[in-house]
Design a protein around this ligand. Structure first.
Ligand SMILES: Cc1cc2nc3c(=O)[nH]c(=O)nc-3n(C[C@H](O)[C@H](O)[C@H](O)COP(=O)(O)O)c2cc1C
Length: 351
């Protein structure tokens, strides 16, 4: 770090000013009922919070908090190797920026424009030698696809996730992402619970195994199914030919009262580890949380709300600083639990 470089604390302070009334940029981001974001629920737009009581958002954080790490420090000195291969793209860490869209609805262009948000995530993640995933919402269309434009600008270093729209529309988005050189594409199948899409006349649908098969065969790119919270859905995604699943409850935004993702991950991993790539998100705020998720059976984790705050606070630089912080804390956590590389991370480092 050079002396002129911002610290993550400074980035977050800047975000706090810009997100006033929307997100408190609290030290602990857990969807607690007393947080500003949660106070916005019931009939009002979701904003930054979780749906309804915020229980699903809160459970993500609580599930991780319950897990404790086994400190093991005797042995030869090493610097932990966090390098990760994602469909042939070499990354500095098994941590990527989650697919998030609609950030411009948090106060318009004064906070950040959707275009700048997408550029910040994708180019900021690229600068930290990882990937930014891009989401989808009702303001997006085939002519106005800020996320895919940012991925093209990054030379293809990104992942495009499309809402479960009509099949033909998803396939067109996949084609556009393929042209931009995207590393992978996918659908957030839990987006069928999106209120914003239906309200703005952009219908979303539940998808069955045949729908997923059709999407998989429509593109040469690996297809990711995001929004898996049970073994049955995970098996269906694998049977449809998906290359990866994301164990996710959408940051607690689509169904109230789900468990935390760290609670359902072990049984999904027990069934499918080694058969399909398992990625996870929800409440992951530090490398320590990432280590816990990897010990439970995921191979990588996505960072949601913290990446938004970083982008709002300091654009591309903010996201790079956020992701480098994630890498550093993961390396530290691995050193202190005696895991030299990702393969050495096992369930027995957790209490
Ligand atoms: C404001 C906001 C918008 C989101 N938009 C999308 C989206 O467009 N597509 C998607 O797959 N997930 C979306 N998500 C869910 C995230 O990809 C991710 O699953 C979640 O934020 C992870 O939880 P965390 O925020 O606690 O890290 C959104 C989440 C938030 C907070």
């Amino acid at each position: 770090m050079t002396s002129e470089e911002k610290t993550l604390t400074e980035v977050r302070k800047e975000a706090q000013k810009k997100l006033m009334g929307v997100c408190g940029v609290y030290k602990i981001c857990d969807g607690d009922a007393m947080r500003i974001c949660q106070g916005q629920s019931y009939g009002r737009p979701l904003g930054f919070g979780g749906i309804g009581t915020g229980a699903s958002f809160n459970n993500n954080v609580l599930a991780l908090k319950k897990l404790r790490l086994k400190m093991k420090v005797m042995g030869d000195h090493f610097k932990a190797d966090t390098k990760y291969d994602f469909f042939g793209t070499k990354l500095s860490m098994p941590i990527m920026g989650a697919s998030i869209a609609g950030v411009n609805s948090f106060g318009g262009e004064n906070v950040i424009s959707e275009k700048e948000f997408c550029r910040s995530v994708v180019l900021g993640c690229k600068a930290a030698r990882t990937l930014g995933w891009r989401g989808d919402t009702y303001t997006y269309s085939l002519d106005n696809s800020y996320g895919i434009d940012a991925i093209a600008e990054a030379g293809g270093l990104g992942v495009k996730i499309v809402k479960p729209r009509e099949q033909e529309v998803i396939i067109e988005f996949f084609k556009k992402a393929e042209k931009a050189g995207s590393v992978a594409v996918g659908v957030d199948i839990d987006g069928c619970g999106s209120y914003a899409m239906s309200k703005h006349n952009k219908p979303v649908f539940k998808k069955n195994i045949d729908d997923l098969k059709e999407l998989v065969s429509s593109t040469k790119l690996p297809v990711i199914v995001k929004g898996i919270m049970c073994v049955e859905d995970a098996i269906a995604a694998k049977d449809a030919g998906a290359a990866a699943i994301v164990v996710s409850n959408h940051g607690g935004r689509v169904l109230d009262h789900t468990p935390g993702t760290a609670e359902v991950l072990p049984e999904i991993a027990a069934e499918l580890r080694g058969k399909i790539r398992i990625i996870v998100d929800g409440g992951v705020r530090t490398g320590y949380d990432v280590l816990k998720m990897l010990a439970l059976g995921a191979e990588a984790a996505l960072i949601g709300r913290d990446v938004v705050r970083a982008a709002v606070g300091a654009g591309i630089e903010g996201v790079r600083i956020q992701m480098e912080y994630m890498q550093k804390t993961l390396a530290k956590a691995m050193k202190m639990t005696n895991c030299q590389n990702l393969k050495e991370i096992k369930r027995d480092i957790l209490y």
